[in-house]
Design a protein around this ligand. Structure first.
Ligand code: XMP
Length: 539
């Protein structure tokens, strides 16, 4: 197989300029879904720095501010002279209007949520309905790009207070809504576009098509970012980095480290040794699944350490959550080091760092949030060069790569799991018997989620064992048993989350199975707290 040059599918990234809203990551993901590589850059980037990146296009994200506020984020105005196609979204569109001589007004009336937008003029962004024009190969016929002759209404998602009132010279207003006379504008010759609505959110049904028209027709980009192209390029880059050296990788049981290991194994085979530390605080059967998936199926060298006793010994009498985390984290690193030292001459450490981790560590406040999650992270005193083959990927892309590399679904689709594992889901002192009880209840929750086919809609679903006993009655007997709490949330990125509206029948099934099958549990509760104000985990 001949490998493309490193970075081939990333040569002309779409740069998503982050103006401070939470939407930049979502936009970048949507661009990737259109098979075009994208990266997020800060709005402080200069026009020269942008030129150096040779982007295929630039997208301005929305932002929480008004362009009228002193100190609201701007972009180097020289960017408009570079000839690079630009799409501004919401605040980004208003900024284009303001910086190029148009007017943005404070109307005093905002527009939030679903709105009917009227397309007024033929527009590259709002071409005709796809099914009318799609050619056999699914591509649009260029002659029909300039769309509807008559006004058409489209549902879009709005979230703005200010509105563009006058477009800059040379711009055409292509769509409007009752509160936004300029809901979309464009300068087709300069290839600069703006939309007041949010095409990246699921609530704008044709939003992805708008983004794709901008990327394919507006910017002339060809889809080249695929799972296969990523794997080919990553394999070449890993080979170039590791050469003839040896690498170690800590497997946590989760999808990120598993995919990183499988990718490095594809690149350098037996030069990679994986280390799996079984803390005794893993999900049920997880240790064996990791061993089966890696040692047996993939033929990867694996050092598996059963360290459960050491962890339980270290946790005797500890009830404070932070102290638990610290003890588990430090012990994990020590045991990992002992195992890694068995690999002679290992100079590289493989880590499953993802793109959101990279973006988050760029900002102080986000970095703090992450730091309490880094159990199982790099032992700092170890003198390794890092290999981070997934640092440009979003989670859904990591899953696609894992699937392509032949990892089993139960690993690829595994829900996130905290480094300290069941240690922070057994509230109060952690003992082997409580951990076993919780693992059993947790396995039932996850099995029923999978059986109901909602595993991929739910971000995490698990059981918690609070330190509570309650009275019950089973048969003719009074019981005094433990409570299990079911926690299931939906989320995009774990920064915010909502409790999952699981069907009552599913909750009932979980409850009756837990009470009937797990000895010592006589009550099951469901956690209906979102994040914020709660966190996903209980400790
Ligand atoms: P919280 O509970 O803060 O969790 O809402 C957000 C996400 O992070 C996971 N989590 C951790 N992951 N080490 C990790 O690797 C940790 O110490 C840790 N604590 C929480 C949690 O499962 C959720 O996905």
């Amino acid at each position: 197989m001949s490998l493309p040059a490193e970075g081939a599918s990333r040569d002309h990234p779409v740069l998503v300029v982050d103006f401070g809203a939470q939407y930049a990551q979502l936009i970048a993901r949507r661009v990737r879904e259109a098979h075009i590589y994208s990266e997020i850059v800060p709005h402080t980037i200069s026009a020269n720095e942008i030129t150096e990146r040779q982007p295929g296009a630039v997208i301005f994200s929305g932002g929480p501010k008004s362009v009228h506020i002193e100190g609201s984020p701007r972009i180097d105005p020289d960017i408009y002279r570079l000839g690079i196609p630009i799409l501004g979204i919401c605040y980004g569109a208003q900024l284009i209007a303001a910086q190029l001589g148009g007017e943005v007004s404070r109307t005093g009336i905002g527009e939030y949520g679903r709105t009917a937008m009227t397309v007024r003029t033929p527009s590259l962004l709002f071409g005709p309905d796809e099914d009318e024009t799609a050619a056999d190969d699914g591509r649009q016929d260029p002659d029909t790009l300039f769309g509807p002759e008559e006004d058409t209404e489209r549902p879009v998602w709005m979230s703005h207070f200010d509105s563009i009132s006058t477009p800059p010279d040379g711009f055409v207003v292509t769509a409007s809504t009752p509160q936004a006379p300029v809901a979309a504008l464009e300068h087709p010759n300069q290839r600069i576009f703006g939309v007041q609505f949010h095409p990246e959110v699921a609530h704008t049904p044709g939003g992805q098509a708008v983004l794709e028209r901008f990327l394919y027709q507006g910017a002339g980009l060809a889809p080249s970012w695929t799972t296969e192209s990523f794997i080919d390029e990553a394999v070449a880059a890993i080979r170039a980095q590791i050469g003839g050296g040896r690498a170690v990788c800590g497997l946590s049981g989760g999808v990120d480290s598993a995919v990183a290991a499988a990718l490095v194994h594809r690149a350098v085979g037996h030069q990679l040794t994986c280390v799996f530390v079984d803390t005794g605080l893993m999900r049920q059967d997880e240790g064996q699944q990791v061993i089966d998936a890696f040692r047996r199926s993939q033929g990867i060298e694996l050092i598996a350490v059963d360290a459960a006793d050491r962890f339980f010994d270290a946790l005797v009498g500890v009830i404070d959550p932070e102290e638990k985390r610290k003890i588990i984290g430090e012990l994990f690193i020590r045991i990992f080091e002992e195992a890694a030292n068995q690999v002679d001459g290992a100079a590289f450490l493989v880590q499953g760092t993802l793109y959101p981790d990279v973006i988050e560590s760029g900002s102080d406040s986000a970095a703090k949030i992450k730091s309490h999650h880094n159990v199982g992270g790099i032992p700092e005193e170890m003198d390794f060069e890092l290999v981070e083959p997934l640092r440009d990927l979003f989670k859904d892309e990591v899953r696609a790569v894992g699937h392509e590399l032949g990892l089993p679904d139960e690993i690829v689709w595994r829900h996130p799991f905290p480094g300290p594992g069941l240690g922070v889901r057994v509230i109060g002192e952690v003992t082997p018997s409580k951990a076993a009880l919780l693992a059993q209840a947790d396995a039932i929750v996850r099995a029923e989620i999978t059986a109901a086919g909602v595993e991929r809609e739910v971000w995490q679903a698990f059981a918690v064992l609070p330190d509570i006993r309650t009275v019950g009655v089973m048969g003719d007997e009074r019981t005094y048993g433990q409570v299990v709490v079911i926690r299931a949330v939906t989320s995009e990125d774990a920064m915010t989350a909502d409790w999952a509206r699981l069907p009552y029948e599913l909750l009932e099934k979980m409850s009756s199975r837990i009470i009937n099958e797990v000895d010592g549990i006589n009550r099951v509760a469901y956690d209906i707290t979102s994040k914020p104000p709660g966190t996903i985990e209980w400790e």
